[in-house]
Design a protein around this ligand. Structure first.
Ligand SMILES: N[C@@H]1[C@@H](O)[C@H](O)[C@@H](COP(=O)(O)O)O[C@@H]1O
Length: 249
């Protein structure tokens, strides 16, 4: 595990975008795993800026998003379909058929999960997966207690997670109770993982990830078992953490 420490959210975002762009330049057919939430928004802005300035092309890149709420129309402003279009896809030259997000409106959601997993496999897996960190340690929507062996599946969202995401919705009542998420095993099969962590509200979770035991009650801890993880963290998220010497700087 490698840790890149940066001053603040802006620097975290620039650093993450630089790493992603470097991967695309080396490998134009990159299979890129994408995340939503507040954390990667500025990274997407930096990627859009780079696309404008340096013409980095997404023509041959394929993307797979981590998750989507069940029951939200893709045009609903809180769906991750809408988020990805309005924060990223609308501003780069990626062909729509190369972007993949679970269909939260599928009639047969179990089949949708199987198909999603199969599509990732058909692309020979994810080359670089971008991840955020839930304050309860969730990755994607894999909540505490999820088996490390899970493939893409349907989850019941915990109240903690619904509350954490309620800020995007008009009221708590309309925050979906279920979602489709890549499983922990799906994420762990990615060849490389880039975890972004910013802000004091993530500092406890980050400390537990860096120091804690590998334990399904804290899903992100599984990342300690992956050989190609880079964490980019700002000072606020690292406060009160003495970085263990086992973490490569
Ligand atoms: N499903 C998403 C995750 O993919 C995201 O990484 C995490 C952190 O969100 P944020 O970046 O807004 O703190 O929680 C959300 O619930």
């Amino acid at each position: 595990m490698k840790l890149i420490t940066v001053k603040n959210y802006t620097d975290m975002s620039k650093t993450a975008a630089d790493i992603i762009v470097e991967h695309i330049h080396k490998h134009p057919q990159l299979v890129l795993g994408l995340a939503t939430g507040s954390t990667p928004i500025e990274t997407y802005k930096c990627l859009i800026e780079d696309h404008k300035q340096n013409q980095t092309s997404y023509q041959e890149v394929s993307t797979f998003n981590l998750d989507e709420y069940i029951g939200l129309d893709p045009l609903n402003q809180n769906s991750y379909h809408y988020y990805m279009k309005s924060n990223f896809f609308n501003y780069i030259n990626i062909p729509e058929q190369k972007t993949h997000i679970p269909n939260g409106e599928a009639i047969d959601v179990e089949k949708e999960c199987e198909d999603y997993e199969q599509q990732i496999a058909n692309h020979d897996g994810i080359d670089l997966q971008l991840l955020g960190l839930g304050s309860n340690g969730h990755i994607g929507f894999n909540e505490p207690g999820t088996s490390f062996k899970t493939a893409t599946h349907v989850v019941n969202l915990t109240n903690d997670t619904r509350q954490a995401n309620a800020r995007f919705f008009d009221n708590m009542e309309i925050v979906p109770k279920k979602a489709i998420t890549m499983g922990i095993d799906t994420i762990m099969k990615s060849k490389e993982i880039l975890l972004l962590v910013s802000g004091e509200n993530k500092s406890k979770a980050l400390a537990r990830l860096l120091h804690g035991q590998i334990d399904p009650t804290f899903p992100a801890s599984v990342l300690n078992q992956h050989s190609q993880v880079t964490i980019i963290s700002d000072y606020d998220a690292l406060q009160n953490t003495v970085v263990p010497s086992s973490i490569l700087l």
